[in-house]
Design a protein around this ligand. Structure first.
Ligand SMILES: [Mg+2]
Length: 262
């Protein structure tokens, strides 16, 4: 099937371009060739343990062409929203030092005092503790907003999985008796909208490529973009039947992506 209307690709990483530290065969060539044809390329990752600047280094290590303006993750979308809409907010961060550093670098004040927090930001946190949970609980009880980077239950790593941001968000939600007011990761539209701002394009001219129905493909549906599901990650053709929505394209691998641009 050919389609010349896509001017940009919003591409997932793990399961789509790579598995852990191993690139998917043909991915680097596809990204280079489409980029050379003038297709704009953005990497969209829910992962908020790394800032966009660190993700650039990781993507580079995989052998893919990338610059800082081509990476959006749930942390950068959240920080972008804070600086745009809530520059004066004081935030409590249940998250790792890099995320706190990124928020502070954007000029946002961070507190550990539940009575001073306007927003509680929850992310994956390998230093999560009962004390942090209690402070987040108290801040939300006192009226602070509850924002989550993403709700991924787990994070795939080389030798298995780690509890993801969603596990921490669930703990805070139960303790505070409240679901998050806002979630930035896929399938929420924030990351795609941030990418559109960077690209200066309309959703109709963008294609989302990813391996997860409930994040990547649903994100595309939520923002009015076309989508291509790749079968190199979390989803098999069999799994497709379990969802009330379908991708516009199904590809064995990202290596087949040029078929949609010929
Ligand atoms: Mg993925």
């Amino acid at each position: 099937m050919s389609n010349n209307r896509y001017r940009a690709v919003l591409c997932d990483l793990d399961g789509t371009t790579n598995r852990g530290k191993t690139p998917i065969q043909g991915a680097a060539t596809v990204i280079r060739n489409l980029t050379q044809k003038g297709i704009r390329w953005m990497y969209l990752s829910n992962n908020a343990t790394l800032l966009a600047s660190h993700m650039v280094a990781r993507i580079n290590d995989l052998g893919f062409p990338v610059s800082e303006g081509q990476v959006v993750n749930s942390a950068s979308a959240l920080i972008h929203t804070l600086t745009k809409d809530r520059q004066d907010a004081v935030v409590m961060v249940v998250g790792e030092p890099l995320l706190i550093e990124g928020i502070e670098a954007a000029g946002i004040r961070v507190t550990e005092d539940p009575s001073a927090a306007d927003i509680v930001i929850t992310a994956m946190d390998r230093g999560f503790s009962y004390d942090k949970l209690n402070r987040a609980q108290n801040a939300i009880h006192r009226g602070a907003l509850f924002w989550a980077t993403n709700q991924d239950a787990s994070l795939p790593v080389e030798d298995g999985v780690l509890p993801g941001a969603g596990s921490i968000v669930a703990a805070v939600a139960v303790a505070a008796g409240k679901q998050p007011d806002r979630v930035f990761g896929k399938p929420s539209p924030d990351m795609a909208q941030f990418a559109l701002e960077i690209l200066g394009l309309e959703p109709e001219s963008c294609l989302v490529v990813g391996d997860r129905m409930e994040t990547d493909i649903l994100l595309a549906k939520n923002v009015g973009m076309d989508s291509a599901l790749v079968l190199t990650g979390a989803t098999s053709t069999q799994d497709l039947l379990n969802f009330p929505f379908t991708p516009d394209h199904v590809l064995e691998s990202i290596a087949d992506l040029p078929d949609l641009f010929d």
